[in-house]
Write a protein that binds this ligand. Structure first.
Ligand SMILES: [Zn+2]
Length: 92
C-alpha cells in the first residue's frame, strides 16, 4: 500500500534530475521507487519535455482553464498539466 510522505531532501536531487540518466526516487513513506516525474508534486513542482512558462503568477492566484488544457491537448496530442514555481534559481 502506498504511503504518502513529503520528500524533505528534494533539493539534493536537483542536479541528478537535470541530467540523464535520472535516478529513481525512493518514497520515504513506503519505499516505492519511481522516476521523479511520476511523483505527485501537488502542483508545487514538476517535470516536462515541453513547457509554457507564465511569469509573475503566485501559486493558486491563477489556474489554467479546462478549455486551455483541452486546446493544448488537441494541438499537441498529449495531455498537459500545470504547476507553480517560486524562488527558482535558474542561474541566468
Ligand atoms: Zn509512498
Amino acid at each position: 500500500m502506498a504511503v504518502r510522505r513529503r520528500l524533505e531532501n528534494w533539493r539534493e536531487h536537483l542536479t541528478s534530475w537535470s541530467t540523464f540518466p535520472v535516478q529513481d526516487v525512493i518514497c520515504p513513506g513506503c519505499g516505492a521507487t519511481r522516476p521523479p516525474w511520476h511523483w505527485d508534486w501537488k502542483q508545487q513542482g514538476g517535470f516536462g519535455r515541453q513547457l509554457i512558462v507564465v511569469e509573475n503568477v503566485f501559486p493558486g492566484e491563477a489556474v489554467p482553464t479546462g478549455s486551455l488544457l483541452d486546446l493544448l491537448h488537441t494541438a499537441s496530442g498529449i495531455a498537459w498539466r500545470y504547476f507553480y514555481v517560486q524562488d527558482f534559481a535558474s542561474g541566468s
